[in-house]
Design a protein around this ligand. Structure first.
Ligand code: CO
Length: 134
């Protein structure tokens, strides 16, 4: 079911500082910040030869990233995104297997305009999983 790692997401309190660190200290190509109000984040993509890293900063009062940063004030790995060929098929198989899909269970458009879903971290060894239809 799982394909490539699409990205690893890191929650940060200061997106400008994190972007500068990836660009200037680590020497990576970084995107312009992109606001995704539907997901409660502003995101910067770090483009790597084999995958991407997403730097996430909370956007709005109800951002899911805000609670994460309260528990992890210096930031931390927030989720890993795997590609799937068919997100509905993947969701139905996972639900049948007892996994919990977050929210209303319907795919939403993710940062790349493609449908995404999130799986409960307690079902996958403490790691929030995002599935993206590639
Ligand atoms: Co993501």
């Amino acid at each position: 079911m799982l394909g490539r790692v699409n990205h690893v997401a890191i929650a940060v309190a200061d997106l400008a500082a994190a972007t500068a660190a990836y660009r200037d200290t680590l020497g990576a190509a970084v995107s312009q910040p992109q606001a995704l109000p539907e997901h409660g984040v502003t995101v910067v993509f770090v483009e790597l030869p084999n995958t991407k890293v997403e730097l996430l900063q909370p956007l709005g009062d109800t951002s899911p990233i805000a609670a994460f940063l309260e528990k992890n004030p210096s930031g931390g790995m927030h989720h890993i995104c795997y590609e799937v060929d068919d997100i509905i098929l993947a969701r139905d198989r996972l639900v049948e297997a007892g996994a919990r899909v977050l929210g209303d269970g319907q795919p939403k458009a993710g940062a790349h305009g493609k449908p995404v879903l999130f799986l409960h971290p307690k079902d996958f060894f403490g790691t929030l999983i995002e599935l993206e239809q590639a």
